[in-house]
Design a protein around this ligand. Sequence first.
Ligand SMILES: Nc1ncnc2c1ncn2[C@@H]1O[C@H](COP(=O)(O)OP(=O)(O)O)[C@@H](O)[C@H]1O
Ligand SMILES: N[C@@H](CCC(=O)OP(=O)(O)O)C(=O)O
Length: 374
Amino acid sequence: MSERLQLRKARRLVIKIGSALLTDDGKGLDVAALGLWVDQIAELIAEGVEVVVVSSGSVAEGMSRLGWSSRPQHLHELQAAAAVGQMGLVQTWEAQFKRHDIHTAQILLTHDDLSDRKRYLNGRSTLRTLLDYGVVPIVNENDTVVTDEIRFGDNDTLGALVANLIEADGLIILTDQLGLFNKDPRKHQDAELVTERKAEDRDLDAMAGGGAGALGRGGMLTKLRAARLAARSGAFTVIVGGRIEHAISRLRQGDVIGTLLLPEQGRMAARKQWIASHLQTRGKLTLDDGAVKVLRQGGRSLLPVGVKAIAGQFRRGEMVSCVDLNGREIARGLVNYDADEARAIAGRSSDRIADVLGYVSDEEMIHRDNLVVV
Ligand SMILES: Nc1ncnc2c1ncn2[C@@H]1O[C@H](COP(=O)(O)OP(=O)(O)O)[C@@H](O)[C@H]1O
Ligand SMILES: N[C@@H](CCC(=O)OP(=O)(O)O)C(=O)O
């Protein structure tokens, strides 16, 4: 079985497009190229694939709008340029997707947002809801409040974090080179394209060691790190030339273009391992016999109706332990409600959550993807 079948089978993809590509060598946004990627993404969506776009380009577009010809040294000027340019960036994505009657949404995130459990779950729920409605989220860093990312120009990591967040099957990184070469092709004419490796392959580090282009800042090293991060949740990564004609559509057809970096294990196995490795639990949910039986069968979420008692002061997104009526641990998982909210809805059916709390953030107490039966 060809590994590239993974691209043909993918149902959820993150597509990251770097500054080097989006900005037509610094002369503002390359609207024509952007339109062609949108056409290909619209084809994926028509096939039922869910797509999140991670788009760089705000600094370069801001510089162009402000008439700056060279990248400023001061971080706050870069941040200001990003704020100006982000307007043009999302307008352009919106206008291009509109041609296909597809709505877009602007999502600005920082790496910190995604390491905070509560924000992580909130971000995940919002993105999932947008995807359910057929909207294409356009993600960029929130450059107004952070400086690390803008300094290192690293949306590759953000792409991987978003792939982890939404449990994407794969991350496609479009860049200005055909893929990852065994050495920097800008400096070495004899550089050869790497077509497929395990993301963890340590030989890749030396190959990706070269610097970045003038506009993009991350270079191949951040793309490699991103692939490793994506692999942690079982996602594959493809690094591919965004100027290759029909690059996205060809990948979807299984064509061997770019560099495919594969995870060691599948998506669910990787996620469950990640959950299981969070040893510290913040609270305890005591389940009735029915809920214990359902969880033991596997592949099911824990609903509030099956919860008899709550112990501890946990917050949404924290790890809790699920025990049976004898106190034996059955499962662990990331809980969808703060302890007080959980107490209020315990033992009730999910359609009563809105009456009790005044809102519903999730129908499950713990979603099956966030639950490991022990
Ligand atoms: N082994 C390598 N293979 C391909 N490109 C490399 C390699 N090492 C360094 N590079 C450089 O990385 C650049 C792409 O990174 P970057 O400019 O950050 O792009 P982006 O804006 O798409 O994230 C290429 O233009 C190339 O000069
Ligand atoms: N967030 C900023 C910087 C991001 C950036 O340059 O990242 P990358 O394309 O990965 O090199 C922007 O949109 O310009």
